[in-house]
Design a binder for this molecule. Structure first.
Ligand code: SAM
Length: 277
């Protein structure tokens, strides 16, 4: 039952229209959009969530959008206090605090998709690694030789390191703290696969890849785009961007993997490097 259904008959039709349809459950923490104009319905909404999801310990309302280099939204509690939690995803466990680090369960399907593409023995780089979900899901579901994750937010790095231990992947996953602009140029060797899960700014970091790929390497490039751009504008833009930085990229797949705004989506482009210039 949705929140709207639970509130039907208890609040005015006008208020009901302003109530969010969906919310995100991260372990035992719920994240919800609850605008000021329906804040007076808070207690009813808390009850509606708790009656359906008995394990929930904390409900946080979003009071500021995802922002800044660390990509963290601002929240205030409307039920409970504890914000650290453990999320289960594909048999992995991730310790996170959504008030301090980026994490979205909505991307778990995309992580599984990538893990299924990984061939045994691959060497993989996850830029913008967060608390480690891509790196760890790949290490658990596939058989890579090495997965390097780079993350700038010290709190996310702390959770990433704990999550590597929690999931017993320390022989495969290596955590590097710092700005990809400083860390990536110092990494030795080439990678079979590079992930760039920073859709708002990935284009600013493509220049880092030229020395880290070989012919046949795969890049998973994430970006926001309008749905009208999907067929022509977006593929051309990304191919041109890679060419500008000395890489000929063939697009194997373009797929929306999340929405950002009306008719604007997070897209992933699976690219295969076919030549270096
Ligand atoms: C959208 S989040 C993705 C996190 C993770 N991949 C996930 O899916 O949960 C982007 C992450 O990149 C990190 N970040 C932003 N700029 C960075 C940089 N220049 N170098 C390294 N990490 C960076 C942020 O702190 C944030 O954790």
């Amino acid at each position: 039952m949705s929140i709207k259904e639970a509130l039907k008959g208890k609040v005015s039709e006008e208020d009901l229209k302003k109530v969010t349809r969906s919310f995100e459950i991260i372990g035992d923490v719920v994240l919800i959009n609850l605008p000021d104009e329906v804040l007076h319905l808070k207690d009813l909404i808390v009850q509606a969530i708790l009656s359906k999801h008995k394990h929930v310990k904390t409900i946080l309302r979003k009071v500021g959008e995802v922002e800044g280099v660390y990509r963290v939204a601002r929240y205030e509690p409307i039920y409970g206090k504890k914000t650290e939690t453990v999320v289960k995803e594909h048999g992995c466990r991730f310790m996170v605090d959504p008030t301090k680090v980026y994490y979205s369960i909505k991307l778990s399907g995309e992580r599984e998709r990538i893990a299924k593409l990984v061939k045994p023995g691959e060497r993989i780089l996850v830029m913008f690694a967060g608390v480690g979900p891509y790196a760890i899901v790949i290490a658990k579901l596939a058989k890579p030789k090495e997965v390097i994750g780079v993350e700038i937010n010290p709190k996310a790095v702390e959770y990433f390191r704990r999550n590597v231990e929690l999931n017993k992947v320390r022989d495969i996953v290596k955590v590097y703290e710092g700005d990809v602009r400083d860390v990536v140029p110092k990494l030795e060797g080439k990678f079979d696969r590079i992930l760039m899960p920073a859709p708002y700014s990935a284009e600013d970091f493509v220049y880092l890849l030229r020395d880290k790929v070989k012919i046949g390497s795969y890049i998973h490039y994430y970006t926001f785009a309008g749905e009208e751009e999907e067929d022509e504008v977006l593929p051309k833009r990304v191919k041109d961007l890679f060419r500008k930085h000395g890489m000929i990229a063939e697009i194997e797949k373009i797929k929306a993997c999340g929405s950002f705004a009306p008719r604007v989506y997070r897209y992933v482009l699976d690219l295969r490097i076919s030549d270096l210039i």
